[in-house]
Structures are given as structure tokens and as C-alpha cells.
Ligand binder design. Structure first.
Ligand SMILES: NC(=O)C1=CN([C@@H]2O[C@H](COP(=O)(O)OP(=O)(O)OC[C@H]3O[C@@H](n4cnc5c(N)ncnc54)[C@H](O)[C@@H]3O)[C@@H](O)[C@H]2O)[C@@H](O)CC1
Ligand SMILES: [K+]
Length: 479
């Protein structure tokens, strides 16, 4: 499991560690890791041209000490000081001793130096930052974008919010971010994540609390969650998932939700709704019934909403069931908030940004810019597990535990019907007995992986994604 901690937690852990170490030791650990990463990126350090962008805090200090290490190995290192009077004194002295030089940020000289650089080290601001880049950093950011230099960000790309992943104003785009002690939420959540490039974690010895702000599952975590049928399992013990989806207008949504459900580990899939013929034609193993959810027979979970049109009665009927329920798509619009909150069995809601915005009564941009806040708010409001779809899908539970961020997404998943497959898959895992947050996050993980397999560099349809779920499952459990 990869974890991320808030700035407040990182600062507390740093204070505790610093009290036990000689002064400056922590910064030396950070700078050593940073210099090693820069050397890897450069390949050949001797003779390379390195430019440090140095702000007013310890983030700039890290850059200066790392620059000194590179200068000692023969790199030509120039430091551009954005706040010369507040630049880290010890770091500056170390760089000068190692033969590095200092360039003023004003007057165009710095931009010319950036233009000739092989490597730019972004030490403008780290976890002490607020808001986007300050005006005097913007011409430099432009010069960095124009240059062919590789950009390595120190701890965080400057200008992004460490805790929320928000980007308010301009930020520097890095090819690699070298982060210290732990990931910060902003390195895993869009839009900030996109600015970070790949991320390398340097251990500086921080001792962090057991519960993180954010968790990203990995293969082994998902493998432990997935159901394994026991020898005595029959289809009912493996769980039956009910799918109440599709309409005369959108029969395909029902077919795709069933496609996802059949690959999610439940022993059987029941379908109720007007698309029974389309479902059975494609998946003869489905148990199709004509009545509403109440008359469908026993299920261990329900999925309601994909392609449901305006059938509010079915949504209400499903919400009254005393088994886990997943609400998606039209169901999110049709569900009474009070009925969701009144439920005692787990509820999972799976909105995309537009649906989340409608539920919260805000603009879509607000959700997209502040995804972490939005998913937490929705989970709290509805007393539900909320899976917010997007390029970094987030899963929050109502109790306020760590938010999960799905690491397997691909932009090819932004295709019609892909969400229907996900809802069926997650509903099936719920029926198999997974806790709501595990069902949602394991489903997102497999779905993302299946999307990558299906796309493999080219567009794929939602049914292709469904067909790759088995392959994704195998790759997870065999890893
Ligand atoms: N505290 C520690 O033990 C360690 C800290 N380390 C480094 O220290 C950093 C934190 O240092 P600081 O607390 O000094 O904070 P930063 O260096 O992140 O920035 C704080 C300074 O930047 C200014 N600032 C705030 N927002 C800005 C913006 N948008 N644009 C430009 N300037 C802005 C502030 O006025 C303040 O002077 C970490 O990110 C990490 O790089 C590492 O050396 C590891 C050890
Ligand atoms: K930085």
C-alpha cells in the first residue's frame, strides 16, 4: 500500500525526528537523495549544466545542498535566487564552496541560463507553499517550459497544494518529483498529480502514524481482498448480485452492468428491468425476472441506476433493501437523499465529477479542482462510501478513514458505458462479501487495469474493458 500524509502530520513527524538528530541532518538526507536522483536523470554529471530555482524556505535549501553535491562531481551549477535576502544561508555557502554560482532572478539573465540547462531543479517552494507561483517566478516557469531541460521538483512541484491536489494559479511542471519521508496527497490526486511527473520517494527516517490521509492500493493489497471460492461454495454462498438497470431507451447500460457483474466473483447475477431480453441474449447465465426488485428473489447486493432513465420507483425499492446497494448514474439523480442516509446496510455511490457537482449543488469545475474535498463531503453527507470517478478515481468512506486513490486508471476509460461495467463489477464484489470501501476500490483497480489491457495504446469500448477484467484479476492474484 502506498500512503500519503498531510503537511501537518509530516511537520509533526519532522519535529520529532529533528529533536533527536544533529542540526541539519534531515536536510542532508533529503539533499543526498535529491542529488542521487538528479545524477540518475543526468546519466553523466561531469560537465552537465544544472540550474537550481531557489525560493525562500528549506525547499530551496534542499536544492542548494543537492546542487553543491552535483557541483563537487563536476556539474556546472547555477542557482537562481527568487528571494536573495531569504535564501537558505548554509545551502548557499555550501554551493559557493563547491564552485557553484548565483544568478539574479531579474533582468533576463536567469531565463537565458535556464534556456541552456540540461537539468532544472525546482526548489521554489515545497510543503510551506500557499497558492500558485508568485509573479516573479512566472517568467522563469515560462523559460523552463521552453527549455529542453529535464525538470526535477524538490518534494513537490512548486505551486501545487500539497494537501488537496489543487492548483490555484500557475505551477511548475516536473518530469520527476523527489519527495521526502512520505508521499503528499497532492502527488497522488489530480490536478496536482499531473504536474509531478513520476515520483521518487526518499526515506529520511520519518516515523508516521498508522492511519494515512490517502492510500493507493497495489497488486498485493487487491489480491488479499478478492474473494476465493471455498470447496463447499455454491452459487448462493458466493453471493448473488441484483442488477436493476437499463431502460427501453438504454438497454445497453443493463448489458454492460451485467457484463461487469459476471466477472466480479458473485455466484450469480439477477437482472430486473425492461432490458431482460437484451441481457439474456448476450449473457444466458443471467437470472432474469419480470417483477421489480422486491420480487426478484434473494440477493446479497443491488446495483441500481445505470441507464435507469426516470424510474424513481425502482431506485426507492432498492434503497429499501437491507443488503449493500450501489447507486450509479441516473440512480444518483433519482435517489432521495433521506432514503440513502436512512439505510443501515452499506451504500456505495459512484458519481463522475458532473454527477458529484449536481449532488453537492456546485459547479463541475469545483469538483474537478478539489476532488479530495468533494469526495469527503459527499461521503459525509450521505453516510455512504463514495467513489468519485475521474483520471484519479477517489474512494471515501463515511467514517472519515483514509481516502483511497486508484492508481490504475487510464484516460481510455473515459468511454461510454465504462462506468456501467464498473458498477456491475463493484456490486458483484459487494455480493461476494467485501466491505464497501474494499469492493469499490478493488473494482476501480481491476477496472483500471482492464482498461489498460483493453486499450493497450488504442481506443477500446466498454465491452472490451469488461472482457479484460478476468485478465486483470489473474494478473493481480498471480503477481
Ligand atoms: N522540515 C524538515 O525537517 C525538512 C524539510 N525539508 C524541506 O523543507 C521544505 C519545507 O520548508 P519550509 O517550511 O521552509 O517551506 P517551503 O520552503 O516550502 O516554503 C516556505 C517559504 O515559501 C514562501 N512561499 C509560500 N508560498 C509560496 C509560493 N506560492 N511561491 C513562492 N514562495 C512561497 C513562504 O513565504 C516561505 O518563506 C519541504 O518541502 C522540504 O523540501 C527537507 O529538507 C527535509 C527535512
Ligand atoms: K518544489
Amino acid at each position: 500500500m502506498r500512503t500519503a500524509y498531510s503537511v501537518e502530520t509530516v511537520r509533526a513527524a519532522e519535529r520529532e525526528l529533528m529533536a533527536r538528530l544533529p542540526e541539519g541532518a534531515l536536510m542532508q538526507r533529503a539533499a543526498a537523495g535529491l542529488a542521487a536522483a538528479c545524477a540518475d536523470v543526468l546519466g553523466r554529471v561531469y560537465g552537465s549544466r544544472v540550474v537550481l530555482l531557489v525560493g525562500s524556505g528549506d525547499n530551496g535549501g534542499d536544492a542548494l545542498y543537492a546542487g553543491a553535491r552535483l557541483a563537487r562531481r563536476g556539474a556546472g551549477v547555477s542557482a537562481v535566487l527568487l528571494a536573495p535576502e531569504r535564501a537558505h544561508g548554509g545551502g548557499l555557502a555550501a554551493l559557493r564552496r563547491a564552485g557553484g554560482r548565483v544568478v539574479g532572478a531579474d533582468g533576463g539573465g536567469a531565463e537565458a541560463v535556464v534556456g541552456r540547462a540540461d537539468l532544472v531543479v525546482d526548489g521554489i517552494v515545497g510543503i510551506g507553499g500557499t497558492g500558485g507561483l508568485r509573479p516573479n517566478a512566472v517568467p522563469l516557469a515560462d523559460a523552463v517550459e521552453r527549455s529542453r531541460a529535464v525538470v526535477v521538483a524538490v518534494d513537490l512541484p512548486s505551486g501545487v497544494d500539497a494537501d488537496t491536489g489543487e492548483v490555484r494559479g500557475r505551477a511548475l511542471r516536473a518530469d520527476l518529483t523527489v519527495t521526502f519521508g512520505t508521499h503528499k496527497p497532492g502527488l497522488l490526486v489530480d490536478p496536482a498529480r499531473e504536474y509531478a511527473g513520476s515520483v521518487r520517494l526518499v526515506d529520511i527516517g520519518l516515523e508516521l502514524p498508522a492511519s494515512a490521509e490517502l492510500e493507493a492500493l497495489q497488486h498485493a493489497d487487491v489480491a488479499r481482498m478478492l474473494p476465493v471460492p471455498a470447496a463447499e461454495s455454491d452459487k448462493y454462498r458466493r453471493g448473488v448480485v441484483g442488477i436493476a438497470a437499463g431502460s427501453a431507451r438504454y438497454p445497453g447500460a443493463a448489458v454492460l452492468a451485467v457484463a461487469g457483474a459476471l466477472r466480479g466473483g458473485a455466484g450469480a447475477v439477477r437482472y430486473v428491468g425492461p432490458a431482460g431480453q437484451a441481457v439474456i441474449a448476450r449473457f444466458p447465465e443471467t437470472l432474469v425476472s419480470d417483477g421489480g426488485p422486491k420480487h426478484a428473489g434473494r440477493v446479497q447486493s443491488w446495483v441500481v441506476g445505470p441507464g435507469a432513465g426516470d424510474d424513481a420507483a425502482t431506485v426507492a425499492e432498492v434503497l429499501a433493501a437491507e443488503v449493500p446497494v450501489l447507486i450509479d448514474a441516473d440512480g444518483l439523480r433519482l435517489a432521495e437523499a433521506s432514503a440513502v442516509r436512512a439505510r443501515r446496510a452499506p451504500t456505495v455511490m459512484t458519481p463522475h465529477a458532473g454527477e458529484a457537482a449536481a449532488l453537492l449543488g456546485v459547479e463541475r469545475e469545483e469538483v474537478e479542482g478539489g476532488r479530495l474535498a468533494a469526495v469527503r463531503e459527499l461521503a459525509g453527507r450521505y453516510g455512504a462510501t463514495v467513489l468519485l470517478k475521474g483520471s484519479t478515481t477517489l474512494i471515501a468512506s463515511a467514517g472519515g478513514a483514509a481516502v483511497r486513490v486508484n492508481p490504475t486508471g487510464t484516460s481510455w476509460l473515459a468511454t461510454a458505458g465504462s462506468g456501467d461495467v464498473l458498477s456491475g463489477l463493484a456490486g458483484s464484489l459487494l455480493a461476494a462479501g467485501l466491505p464497501a470501501v474494499d469492493a469499490a476500490s478493488a473494482a476501480a483497480y481491476l477496472h483500471g487495469l482492464a482498461g489498460r489491457f483493453a486499450a493497450d495504446g488504442a481506443p477500446a469500448g466498454a465491452h472490451d474493458v469488461a472482457e479484460e477484467i478476468a485478465g486483470a484479476w489473474r494478473s493481480v492474484v498471480r503477481a
